[in-house]
Design a protein. Structure first.
Length: 196
């Protein structure tokens, strides 16, 4: 076989489709977009699941069950075998110490401890949640389990808004008190004039 006898596999290279370059090309005039309608205009994009106006598949299908996705609470999760591998006997384990050890990314989420693996060290673990197995294994190894107090979840900016409202209220109260004092002073002046 000579190099000039080698052929390219069919379909390896796709021909370019030049649009809007005359009717003879087959892709001139409307450039493959058809006449009128949103699809013929610039900036149009088909929405995922759109089927031309007919009832789309995801709406035709029956829906069963539920999801708690909008309400679920996220946790950093570690297992007791990871604690056993990274910490020495008698260590206090918290979110901060886990982040330093590289077991969790940061301390932005509450911690949950699960019971996979074995634990041979006495550890004092503080977390938001413990599985029953994890709690049992930690206590059997001579350690203790401390559950974090629940933190109140508030809207962002609520604290600042409350502080501003309190300041405004205090200013109003001070102004009212000042007005009352002025009235009393005027009354005393009138009484003194009448006596004279």
């Amino acid at each position: 076989m000579m190099i000039h006898e080698i052929t390219i596999h069919a379909g390896k290279y796709k021909a370019r489709k030049r649009i809007g370059r005359g009717q003879g090309s087959g892709h001139g005039k409307t450039a493959g977009r058809g006449h009128k309608g949103a699809a013929s205009r610039s900036g149009w994009k088909r929405r995922p699941g759109y089927e031309g106006g007919q009832m789309p598949m995801f709406r035709r299908m029956p829906k069963r069950g539920f999801t708690n996705a909008p309400f679920r609470r996220l946790f950093h999760v570690v297992n007791v075998k990871q604690l056993d591998a990274r910490f020495d006997d008698g260590t206090t384990v918290t979110c901060e110490s886990l982040a330093k050890a590289g077991l969790i990314r940061d301390t932005s989420l509450p911690l949950k401890v699960l019971g996979e693996g074995t634990l041979s060290k006495k550890l004092f673990v503080t977390a938001a949640r413990f599985s029953a197995t994890a709690k049992k294994k930690i206590e059997e190894a001579g350690g203790t389990v401390t559950v974090d107090a629940k933190k109140k979840w508030t809207r962002a900016g609520a604290a600042f808004a409350k502080a501003a409202m309190d300041a405004e209220k205090a200013a109003e109260t001070a102004e009212i008190a000042k007005g009352k004092k002025t009235k009393k002073k005027k009354k005393k002046t009138k009484d003194a004039t009448a006596d004279a």
